[in-house]
Design a binder for this molecule. Structure first.
Ligand code: GTP
Ligand code: MG
Length: 458
């Protein structure tokens, strides 16, 4: 399908022990032979057995570029499904670039981001859901995300979807053949049988859709914003959670002006946590930009940690925040509980209608309670993964919803006693929607969009 041979640096472009240049395509071995020199006279990579490793040098004409190991893998048992050569060279940025340049000079084309995986998809090595999982594996930030991505790469989404589609296609076939041959096949009472099958598949799709929210959290971490008026101890809280002095802390109100972002593992989950500027009306231009950013973060957050200074009375800034966070997942942290209190827990619980936990960011107290509160909010107390598949892609979610709608329509048609060919139309739609998840008959734009987000060399 592809007639050119592509190459790219597949490891990180930073100084490291080794770097890998991947070359894939029909000319991979020939091109490699033009740059590879073995100690054994006349040794040709085109002649060596597949899946073998060879020591030698990469040369640009007479000039020796690097000492390397070359892996030769012939189609179809390769990642891309094409002839592939991987050159293990020294991991210096200059060395890797020079080896790549030499390979390009001999006829390979530089690969687009994700192009190796794209070829794997077009060559039938992966379906689209698995190709998407490749990227998720690379980007996994915690072990749950990694576990789920690996499952998807192994085809967990694919096999669920295929199962549902198989049931649907069987019914489609049955309707078609009965309509073609009414003398031998009757559809008498068929509506009720179909209802059972469709119900079952709707359940299955709903179950997959019910994993979306948790899937997002597994994949990306709980998007958490620390919010509160100035000087209540937001940055102190961030530092405590991160375990180092990440943010500047001073007794001056309005210290933090920018949004600071950190990942932490907490309550078994990973939290992507942001410290923000204290919310107040301010004439300071820089600070007021910070306040706007804080409000923006609050909007996007899955979880807001609203910090209150227990040693000073609530003011209009607190009331403004409380109003704003009504409909959000919020844990209220009554900070500075080491000082004499002015604001008490009951009062704050009543005002906010949220869980209130007294803490001291200075002394480090109250954090166990915070941790179990987070765990129960997002993981019902347990952090293992009870489902074998979590839907983590928005694209999959939309298509599952589309399929569900079509199946709803089938049920409506049965209820309304419509003719059987009405069932077929919506069954077909559901079947197609599910097929798009696997990359069947999707148009090129969708495929390009999927691969656009890949990194170089993958
Ligand atoms: N006693 C006591 N003081 C605290 C505690 N947490 C923070 N502080 C102090 O409160 C002051 C403000 O702390 P910060 O963490 O900078 O507060 P902030 O909410 O980030 O402030 P802005 O960035 O200005 O909005 C500092 O002097 C901290 O040392 C606490 O638990 N107990
Ligand atoms: Mg701060």
């Amino acid at each position: 399908m592809f007639n050119d041979t592509i190459a790219a640096i597949s490891t990180a472009v930073s100084a490291s022990g080794i770097g890998i240049i991947r070359v894939s395509g029909a000319q991979a071995m020939e091109i490699a032979d033009r740059v590879y020199r073995s100690k054994i006279k006349d040794k040709k990579l085109t002649d060596v057995p597949t899946h073998t490793i060879h020591y030698g040098h990469i040369c640009d004409g007479e000039e020796i570029i690097d000492e390397v190991l070359v892996m030769v893998m012939r189609a179809p048992r390769t990642f891309t499904g094409e002839d592939t050569v991987e050159i293990d060279c020294h991991g210096g940025i200059y060395a890797m670039k020079k080896v790549l340049d030499t390979v390009l000079k001999q006829g390979a084309r530089i690969a687009d981001p994700g192009e190796f995986t794209k070829r794997a998809f077009f060559n039938g090595r992966l379906d689209l859901s698995q190709a998407e999982a490749v990227m998720d594996v690379i980007q996994s930030k915690n072990r749950y995300a990694l576990k789920n991505s690996i499952q998807q790469l192994k085809g967990s989404v694919k096999s669920k979807i295929e199962k549902i589609r198989k049931k649907i296609i069987r019914e489609l076939a049955r309707i078609e053949s009965a309509l073609d041959d009414p003398e031998h096949m009757s559809l008498e009472g068929y509506g009720e049988q179909l209802r059972d099958v469709v119900e079952e598949q709707r359940q299955e799709i709903r179950r997959l859709l019910s994993t979306v929210e948790r899937g997002k959290i597994i994949q990306e971490g709980v998007q958490t914003a620390i919010l509160g008026k100035p000087n209540v101890g937001k940055s102190s809280l961030l530092n405590m959670l991160v375990g180092e002095d990440r943010a500047i802390v001073t007794e001056i109100a309005g210290t933090t002006r920018d949004v600071l972002e950190e990942y932490i593992h907490f309550g078994g989950a990973s939290l992507k946590i942001v410290d923000t500027a204290g919310i107040r009306d301010t004439a300071d231009r820089v600070e007021s930009i910070g306040v706007d950013k804080a409000l923006e973060q609050a909007k996007q957050a899955d979880l807001i940690l609203y910090v209150v200074d227990s040693s000073v009375s609530l003011d209009e800034n607190d009331h403004r925040i409380i109003e704003m966070i009504q409909d959000k997942n919020v844990i209220v942290l009554l900070n500075k509980s080491d000082l004499p209190t002015v604001v008490d827990t009951d009062r704050l619980t009543e005002l906010t209608g949220k869980a209130v936990i007294p803490i001291s960011a200075r002394e480090g107290t109250g954090f166990e309670e915070l941790e179990s509160c987070v765990a129960s909010m997002f993981f019902q107390g347990k952090v293992d993964l009870p489902e074998d598949v979590y839907i983590t892609s928005l694209r999959h979610k939309d298509l599952l919803e589309g399929a569900l709608e079509s199946l709803d329509q089938v049920i409506a048609s049965i209820d309304a006693d419509m003719p059987e060919d009405f069932y077929s139309i919506d069954l077909m739609h559901a079947y197609e929607s599910l097929g798009y998840i696997l990359g069947e008959a999707v148009d090129e734009d969708v495929i390009n969009e999927v691969f656009e987000n890949f990194c170089m060399g993958k």
